[in-house]
Design a binder for this molecule. Structure first.
Ligand code: NAD
Length: 335
């Protein structure tokens, strides 16, 4: 660790302010000021400064927090289990470093089994079911407190209002991504433009804006879909031993899983999954911004635990930005 110079301290402060502003625009207003690649670059710069000079870290640093504080008229919902972010790997070597850290912590030289899931570009939701009935849906918010969007979630056809089958637990939380497929996004934007209304910058913001509508009847007209990607039981029931099997169970309850999900053994297999998904990316009917790797055995996930804003058992490997040039309020950038 080296002592931070005044220049470093001032640059870190500047980055914190810029990122906090970008977070507000992105998470609260659903209206990003800059492309994700630019946000990621500044975030990484701040992370590197803080790693070199831990004494400059502040508790409110964007590197220590998830999302942004919500400021809406929706009711607040406290998450029983925090809804965290994901660490990012931007290269094959960074993914290999992640895998090495996982094996070091688990004290094993064996290949780890991972589940590889497309990183859908939408927003995370938490759904609570009591005796099989959807009773509450919430956004991630700042990871600890989200917004109650139950009435809006109920309008999405791929969200089961009642779980199917005989093995339905008393209390369960299912998490997943709500997103807007490309075709629906284009049709929606055309409809808005025809009416002279403001269009959405990208499908992610269209999904977020649609889900946080005051009137569920407006959400109901928006082409939203949902895919489940995690589950936690809140009663005495037990989940199967792996994330993969747990998701198959979620599927039997009536949820949709992403069809591109697969298992990989060892990090080189994960890198192959990354290449394969990259190749398919353009032909998918929805946007993805990377691939998420999760340690498959739930027991190992528990052993690995969490750091401040992300689990140690998962990582997102981002795809290079693919984007057309857009002009928004005099700022020229790629979305
Ligand atoms: P993240 O990239 O850290 O990843 C976590 C999120 O991934 C989850 O909340 C979930 O919504 C999503 N996800 C999709 N598929 C998933 C899967 N299979 N399993 C688990 N999660 C899955 O998300 P974040 O913390 O919301 O955002 C950080 C990213 O958002 C940044 O890297 C940046 O690209 C973007 N961002 C951009 C701006 C901007 O101004 N352009 C501002 C803030 C954030």
């Amino acid at each position: 660790m080296t002592k931070a110079t005044p220049d470093v301290i001032s640059r870190a402060r500047e980055l914190r302010d810029i990122l906090a502003d970008y977070n507000y625009q992105y998470y609260v207003l659903d209206d990003p000021k800059v492309p994700d690649a630019e946000y990621d670059r500044l975030f990484r710069e701040l992370q590197e400064l803080e790693a070199k000079h831990p004494d400059i870290v502040t508790p409110d640093s964007p590197t220590r927090r998830v999302g942004a504080q919500v400021e809406t008229s929706f009711e607040e919902v406290k998450h029983r289990i925090p809804m965290l972010s994901l660490d990012n790997a931007f290269s094959a070597d960074e993914l290999r470093d992640f895998d090495r850290r996982v094996r070091d912590r688990l004290k094993t030289t064996d290949d780890i089994e991972y589940v590889c899931e497309p990183k859908l570009d939408g927003l995370a939701v938490s759904l609570h079911y009591e005796s099989g009935i959807l009773t509450r849906a919430a956004t991630r918010g700042d990871g600890y407190t989200g917004e109650d969007i139950t009435a809006n979630i109920r309008t999405i056809p791929s969200v089961p209002l009642k779980l199917r089958g005989d093995s339905v637990p008393d209390l369960v939380e299912v998490r997943g991504e709500v997103y807007m497929p490309l075709e629906g996004f284009e049709t929606l934007n055309k409809r808005l433009a025809d009416r002279g209304e403001k269009t959405f910058v990208n499908p992610r913001n269209a999904a977020a804006g649609s889900l946080r509508q005051k009137k569920p009847t407006v959400t109901a007209r928006r082409p939203l879909e949902m895919c489940a990607y995690s589950v936690a039981l809140e009663d005495e029931g037990r989940l199967p031993p792996t994330h993969w099997e747990a998701l198959q169970q979620v599927k039997t309850w009536g949820f949709r899983l992403n069809p591109e999900m697969r298992k990989a053994r060892g990090v080189e297999d994960c890198l192959q999954a990354y290449d394969d998904l990259m190749e398919k990316r353009q032909s998918l009917p929805y946007e993805i911004d990377g691939i998420v790797f999760k340690v498959n055995r739930l027991e190992l996930q528990q052993q690995l635990g969490f750091v401040s804003r992300a689990p140690r058992w998962a990582i997102a490997q981002k795809f290079p930005a693919q984007e057309e040039l857009t002009v928004i309020e005099d700022v020229e950038f790629q979305v």
